[in-house]
Ligand binder design. Structure first.
Ligand SMILES: NC(=O)c1ccc[n+]([C@@H]2O[C@H](COP(=O)([O-])OP(=O)(O)OC[C@H]3O[C@@H](n4cnc5c(N)ncnc54)[C@H](OP(=O)(O)O)[C@@H]3O)[C@@H](O)[C@H]2O)c1
Length: 296
C-alpha cells in the first residue's frame, strides 16, 4: 500500500501496528509477525511502559526478518507515566500555583531514553500524548527544538481538539504533522477531521477496532451487507474506511492471524459506501479524556 505524505515531506505507511498493552515475548512475537505480514509502522509511548520490550522486539525483527532500521517507521509519545492506567501528573502538571518545571529537559530525557532503548539514533515520529494544559505550549516548543536538532523526522500531537491547536499554533514555528485520535464509524469527528485537513495535519486513528466490542456494530445490518459486498471482515471494512478517508489506522493485535488479516486490504470502498458507514456516527466517546488528561 502506498504511504501518505506528511506536511514536512516525510512519507508515513498507510497502516501501522499499535503496541499497547503488549510487553515482553508477546510484544516480540506480535511485532515480528507484523513485519512478516508487511507492517513497517509501529506505535508506542513513554506511558505504555513497554519501550524496553519494544527495543528488544526491534533487535529480534532485524535478526529474524532481514528488515533494517531504515525500513521501519517508529513512533513514540512523550507524556506522563501511568499509575493504575492513569497519568500520574508528576512531569507536566504544576503541583502548586506558579510552579515552573524543566519541560525541555523532561521532553529531551524521554526522547533520549527511547533512542537508547530502541538502539537507534533517530525516531521517525514523536507525538505529545495528551494536551497537558499546564505547560502545553512549552512542551510543543521543546519538541520543535529537538526536531530542529535532527533526531526526529516528524513531530505531532495526540488527542488534540481545535482549541489545543489554537493554543499551540500562536507561537509555533512548525505545524504538527500528525494528530493521533480515535475515530470510528460511531465517532467520525467530522469537525476535527476538517480542521486537520485544512491545516494539512494527518490523522492517525488509535483504537480503530474499538467498535467491534459492541454488538450494535457487530450486528449492524448495513455493515454486514457491506462486508458481503466487499468480501471482507468487519475489521477490514473499518480499517479500509479509515484509509480511504486519508486516515492512518494503527490497530493492535496479539494474534499473528489477525495482524495479517488487518493489513490485507486490497480493495477500496466506494464514496457512497464510505458516507453510509459514516452515517452511523453518534459521537460515541469511549475514552473519558479528562481522566487521562485532567484539565482537558
Ligand atoms: N494516543 C492515544 O491516546 C492512544 C489511546 C489508545 C490507544 N493508542 C494506540 O492505538 C493502538 C490501538 O488501539 P487499541 O489497542 O486500543 O485498539 P484496537 O487496535 O482497536 O484493538 C482492539 C482489540 O481488537 C482486537 N482485534 C484486533 N484485530 C482484530 C480483528 N481482526 N478482529 C477482531 N478483533 C480484533 C485486539 O485483540 P487481540 O489482541 O486479541 O487480537 C485488540 O485488543 C494501541 O495499541 C496504542 O498503540 C493510542
Amino acid at each position: 500500500m502506498q504511504g501518505k505524505l506528511l506536511n514536512n515531506g516525510l512519507t508515513i505507511p498507510s497502516i501501522g501496528m499499535g503496541t499497547y498493552p503488549l510487553q515482553g515475548t508477546a510484544l516480540t512475537e506480535a511485532m515480528c509477525s507484523a513485519v512478516k505480514s508487511g507492517y513497517r509502522l509501529f506505535d508506542t509511548a513513554h506511558s505504555y511502559g513497554n519501550e524496553d520490550s519494544f527495543g528488544v522486539a526491534l533487535q529480534e525483527i532485524y535478526k529474524q526478518t532481514g528488515v533494517s532500521r531504515a525500513d521501519l517507521f517508529l513512533t513514540t509519545k512523550v507524556g506522563e507515566k501511568l499509575r493504575y492506567g492513569i497519568g500520574d501528573g508528576q512531569l507536566f502538571y504544576r503541583r502548586f500555583k506558579g510552579e515552573e518545571k524543566p519541560i525541555y529537559e523532561t521532553v529531551k530525557a524521554q526522547i533520549e531514553n527511547s533512542l537508547r532503548l530502541f538502539k537507534t539514533d533517530y525516531l521517525d515520529v514523536v507525538l505529545i500524548h495528551w494536551p497537558y494544559p499546564d505547560f502545553l505550549p512549552e512542551i510543543w516548543y521543546s519538541l520543535e527544538k529537538i526536531y530542529k536538532e535532527g533526531i526526529i523526522r516528524a513531530i505531532g500531537v495526540s488527542n488534540f481538539r481545535e482549541r489545543h491547536f489554537e493554543r499551540v499554533l500562536k507561537e509555533a514555528t512548525i505545524v504538527p504533522a500528525i494528530n493521533q485520535i480515535n475515530i470510528s464509524p460511531i465517532n467520525t469527528r467530522a469537525a476535527q477531521q476538517n480542521y486537520c485537513k485544512q491545516k494539512n495535519i494527518l490523522i492517525e486513528v488509535y483504537s480503530p477496532l474499538m467498535p467491534l466490542k459492541y454488538s450494535k456494530i457487530r450486528d449492524n445490518l448495513i455493515l454486514q451487507e457491506l462486508c458481503l459486498k466487499y468480501k471482507c471482515s468487519l475489521a477490514q471494512l473499518i480499517l479500509r474506511w479509515d484509509i480511504d478517508q486519508g486516515l492512518v489506522p494503527i490497530p493492535k493485535s496479539s494474534s499473528s492471524l489477525r495482524l495479517a488479516q488487518n493489513i490485507q486490504l486490497d480493495f477500496s470502498i466506494e464514496k457512497n459506501d464510505i458516507d453510509l458507514i459514516s452515517s452511523l456516527n453518534e459521537n460515541f466517546q469511549y475514552l473519558p479524556e479528562s481522566i487521562y488528561c485532567p484539565g482537558y
